[in-house]
Design a protein around this ligand. Sequence first.
Ligand code: ADP
Length: 261
Amino acid sequence: IRIYFVPFKMDNDKTAGIVCVFEDFTEQFNLEVARREFVAEVSHELKTPLFIIKTHTETLLNGYMDDKKMAKKFLSTIETEADKMTALVRNLLDLSKFDVQKFEMKKQVFSIDQMLRGIVNRFALEAEIEDIELKYLPANELPQMYADPEQIERAIVNIVSNSIKYGEKGGYVNVAAGSMYNEVYIKVEDNGHGIPKADLEHVFDRFFRVDRARTREKGGTGLGLSIAKEIIESHGGSIVIESEYGKFTRVTINLPTANVN
Ligand code: ADP
């Protein structure tokens, strides 16, 4: 806060009083802090995979190329890290489009039921590998939607993939859905790690991860939920997360069907 004292005078040049001006810079200050934190986060997120790519390439160039088995392992790590960087940059570009409101929505009529079946099928193998029982549970016949299918799918994929990533071996992930009036709800629930209470309100923040080291190992960037939130809210919907640490996590999306039925 900046404070100014400005004296004001009468016609005879005598000071009649003092005006005190308070200028509140909190908002600009917060924005500036957020911007700096964001730049620091992005730099850090890019530095880690770059470092791994660089050291692995160096090792290869310094003689490991002849060891075919080792070389293949190193190249595969380089590829994984490059993929992570690509995903990160893509997510960042999309978020910046949301920020400057240049996001082009390509709305069309589609079946949310088919979309959910497709997503669950796509994750079936991953779930099996992780020993997680993944199920699609529609409560009633779902109506057609009028929305951007690619974006909606992306939001749901981010949530389902979290439930599998942070799920429990031998546990479950349920994708339930139903409709009420002109709305569709989608609930993704798992009985995995859960999220500590204090962290819950931050999970939609950009780059927020409950356990940095562990989530990075799992390929997380901390952008999945913030992107999902932007997408759902730009469609006039809502997204809520509930969780109990060590017990369960449930993400509920409500989306207007946009009256196509
Ligand atoms: P990430 O790409 O790291 O998964 P998200 O934005 O999707 O980022 O999620 C933010 C953080 O919230 C994750 O890093 C993880 O710590 C936590 N989280 C999200 N979904 C779940 C879940 N189903 N179970 C436990 N933790 C979760």
